[in-house]
Each structure stands twice: as C-alpha cells, then as structure tokens.
Design a protein around this ligand. Structure first.
Ligand code: DAH
Length: 348
C-alpha cells in the first residue's frame, strides 16, 4: 500500500474511533494510539527520510497534514467532552446550602400512651405485663369466670360470636373477648404461683357506638394470686396505683360492687378533676368518676384453674383505658380516638 492510501486509511480509522469516544479518559489512549511515539503515523514520519526526494515532499506534506488534522480533531473532542461534563455535573450538583427536608415524626396514640403509663406503674409495684388473644373461647370469657349460662352478657346481642367455630370435643364456642378477664383463667392455668400480672388489650362488645360507647375498646386486667393475699393487699395496691397515676390530691372512693368472678367485689372511683368533687357535667354531677372494677378472686374461679382455694387467694381488677385520657384532656367523644383524624391525634 502506498503512503497516501495508508494515510487515508489511518485518518478514516482514527476519526471514526475518536467519534465513538464518550469518556474523557479514553481520549488519552486514543492520542497514544494514533499520535504517540509508537503510532503508525510517527513511524511513517520517521520513514520519510529514507524516501527518494521527489516522493518525500508529497508524503511529508500529506503526513504532516494528517498530524495537524488529528490534533485539531483531538482538541475539538476535548472541548466537547469538557462541555458535556460541566453540563452533567451541574445537573447532578448538590446544593449543600439548601435547608434539609423535614422528616415528620409521629407519636404514640393517646390510648397507647395511657397503657404504657399504667403498665409501668404496675411494673413498679411488682407486676409483669402479658398479652392475650382477642379471639377467645366462651369457656374462658364466661364459664371459667363464674359467669353462668343465663347471664345477659352471653346474649347474641351483647357479644360477637364467631361463625360455627367450636373446640373439638367440647361445646366451647369462639367469640371476640368481651373483657380482658379471660386472661385471669389462662394465666392461672398455665403459670406457676405466685402470680402478679397486668394484661392490656382490646375487647369487643356488640353494641351501638355513641359518644361514650365503642364496639371495640381497651382494658387492663390485673391479677395477683399467692398465699395469704388479703383485701388489704388489693386496697393498698390500687390506692397506690391511683395515687401514682392521678396524683396525691385526688380522693378515692371505694364501694362494693358485683362481678361474678370476684367475692367480695368492689368499684373504685376518684374525685372529679374538673370540679374537684362538687359535681359537674363531666362526672354527671356526682363529683366522682368510676375508673375500675375489682375484688378478691372467687374461690370457684381459683378451683376451676386447678388452684387450691383453701391455701391460695388473690385479687383482680379491670380498668377501662379510653376514658382515662378523656378525663385528663376533656375529650368529649370516645369515637375521636379511632376516627383516624390526625387533627385530633396530633394534639396529644
Ligand atoms: N371484666 C370486667 C368488665 O369488663 C371488669 C372487672 C371487674 C375486672 C372486676 C376484674 C374485676 O378483674 O375484679 O366489666
């Protein structure tokens, strides 16, 4: 091949390759390949000296022209790449002077806050926190708690019964628990004595909702069983709970009440914070607000769980949770809790 066509071939190849390059780091390799000391072009230029004079002139001019052309193309390519890179880095640039985007932080639901506060008070008094199933056998929800078959709570209109579920080999039927008390029976059956537990959790009642009633709400159950537990332990524990939760200034009222699974049964009310006990709308003019039911565990409940009631005794209590922040913050409609309206929830 003569020099002219060699140069033409070289030019075609070099310019085509340069055109393909899209990384500036590849440009240097291209320069070395086509214009470096060991390149074909340099070799041709070196070989010019050995050519006859008439050939040398034309070949020299053509080689130098190609060299110049490649140099121009190289500079143009470098400029083009620089421009592209500047545009790209402007696109990707991070403006470190911009203020950060705020990351919204949530918080616990007021009912959860109340549960945590109450549980930590009971933990401080030596109680353990456990949880139970919201789906329950009627045996535990009623029978094991001394609630007889004819009790109105077992009515279809008071309880959510599960369709057709019954435990094999028994007549037990499945329901959504109507209170946390069934956990008393579960715990007594499965836990070594002594027992001191509190059980927070959801409960369900088949009833119409209004400002003070929900079909689903929350309770905390408490249970202590040991040798020699007396009514004085019940009173001492619950008075201390009220003192820690509501503060030392609230008065506590203790009255008898009836619950089938305790004997004797009682109810605790605290003096109304809104009126200080003189009577107002919040406390229904009584000056008192009932906060929990309690009592000494009925001997037949102990026996039903396999505990010797002549040796052991215990007390139990059940607190409704939703009304506690209601009283504290003056919330007037219990439905607000579960409406999902953030304007309501963000206040607490
Ligand atoms: N389970 C009762 C209810 O839902 C509340 C209750 C009363 C629980 C007395 C107890 C108790 O443990 O001793 O109305």
């Amino acid at each position: 091949m003569d020099i002219k066509s060699q140069l033409a071939e070289l030019k075609k190849q070099a310019l085509a390759e340069l055109g393909e390059i899209n990384l500036s780091s590849d440009i240097e390799q291209w320069r070395v390949r086509y214009m470096g000391k060991k390149s074909q072009l340099t070799e041709i230029l070196r070989g010019l000296a050995g050519l006859p004079i008439e050939e040398r002139k034309a070949a020299g001019a053509a080689s130098n022209a190609l060299k110049a052309e490649l140099e121009t193309a190289l500079v143009a390519k470098e400029n083009e790449m620089k421009k592209l890179e500047i545009a790209k880095s402007a696109e990707e640039a991070i403006d470190v002077t911009l203020p950060g985007r705020p990351c919204p932080q949530g918080h616990l639901h007021p009912v959860t806050q109340a549960i945590e506060e109450m549980c930590s008070i009971f933990q401080g008094l030596g109680f353990q926190v456990v949880e139970g199933n919201e789906v329950e056998w009627d045996h535990y929800n009623f029978d094991a708690l001394n609630i007889p078959k004819e009790h109105p709570a077992r009515d279809n209109m008071a309880t959510f019964w599960m369709n057709g579920e019954s435990k094999e080999g028994t007549d037990w039927k499945m329901l959504l628990r109507t209170h946390t008390s069934p956990m008393q029976a579960h715990i007594m059956e499965t836990t070594k004595l002594p027992i001191r537990i509190v059980v927070p959790g959801r409960v369900y009642r088949y009833e119409a909702t209004d400002a003070t009633h929900l079909a689903m709400f929350t309770q905390i159950e408490g249970l202590a069983v040991d040798e020699g537990i007396t009514f004085a332990d019940l009173k001492g524990t619950l008075y201390e709970f009220v003192r820690r939760f509501y503060g030392p200034d609230r008065k506590v009222r203790f009255r008898t009440d009836f619950f089938p699974f305790v004997e004797p049964g009682a109810e605790i009310a605290v003096s109304c914070a809104s009126c200080g006990g003189s009577g107002c709308r919040v406390c229904g003019n009584s000056g008192w607000i009932e906060i929990l039911g309690c009592g000494m565990v009925h001997p037949s409940v102990l026996e039903g769980a396999g505990i010797d009631s002549t040796k052991y005794s215990g007390f139990a209590f059940g607190v409704g949770i939703e009304r506690i922040p209601m009283l504290r913050y003056g919330i007037e409609d219990v439905r607000n809790y579960y409406s999902g309206d953030l304007r309501f929830l963000r206040q607490f």
